[in-house]
Design a protein around this ligand. Sequence first.
Ligand code: NAD
Length: 282
Amino acid sequence: SAGPYLVGLIGEGITASLTPAMHVAEAREMGLEYEYRILDLIELGRPASDVGSLIAESRSAGFSALNITHPCKQLVLELVDDLDTDAARLGAANLVVLEEERLVGYNTDWMGYRDGLTAGLPGASFDRVLQIGCGGAGAATAYALLSTGAQRLDLTDVDGTRAEELAARMRAHFPSQTIVTVEHGDLPRAIARADGVVHATPMGMLHHPGIAFDVAWLREGAWLSDVVYRPLQTELVRQAADRGHPVLDGGLMAVGQACASLRIITGMLPDRDRMERTFRAL
Ligand code: NAD
């Protein structure tokens, strides 16, 4: 439909999110009447388990769609009437479209990461990739990497069961690709063999300072991708770039998920490059 659109974001601790500004600026360029509201569970004093009632209340209030973030991306899987195939496979939804009679769930995180990979690391090899961190963001990056042709994906997490669970889920959907888990002690050797390394833990954020591995372990020419986008220039990104590795910061994924969400919500094609310029100026 041509709108007007009322869209929201449900999650915890999201008052400073850059997503509303990205949606609103691009929708304005597209000539749409578009409002984007933050529904912060902490601010509203509601538990994550209230996400279903919040969605129902949002429908009554006239919302057309809701982005969903931590800690509700798995909870909403049970609440939607229809679930996009990719969202079902990777096991999380971050967008719920409120159609006339139905709730339809999508995952645009993996689309955003996939589009960012091709735009930000042109010509890179994805034959053998190692990923550190197997939580929410990690499920999306792993799915995107395997969908774009990673032949071998090594998964590691301080919580070994998380790596095992993600590996099992991905093996079920990508049976002809090799998906293995790596123990912490084997990390230096596994990193040295990878064409590229994806970092998908919160390390490098303001409240999680530090670096998840020693960049000296990267082999010459290997690319590095960080999902952390606040700040864009994490210690990991800075050190890898200083050593001459091709790097992809978390910005393209953040822009890509917003762009894909806006496309699904409006049925119109946003300008991804323009959205990225808006994002980097925020
Ligand atoms: P999460 O808690 O779901 O998962 C993080 C995982 O990392 C956990 O499994 C944890 O055990 C593991 N981990 C933590 N420290 C580790 C370490 N040192 N070594 C190995 N594993 C470690 O969190 P999440 O939702 O996946 O978010 C992770 C980061 O991704 C956050 O910084 C978030 O802001 C970012 N993110 C970015 C985008 C984007 O669009 N760029 C999208 C989603 C999330």
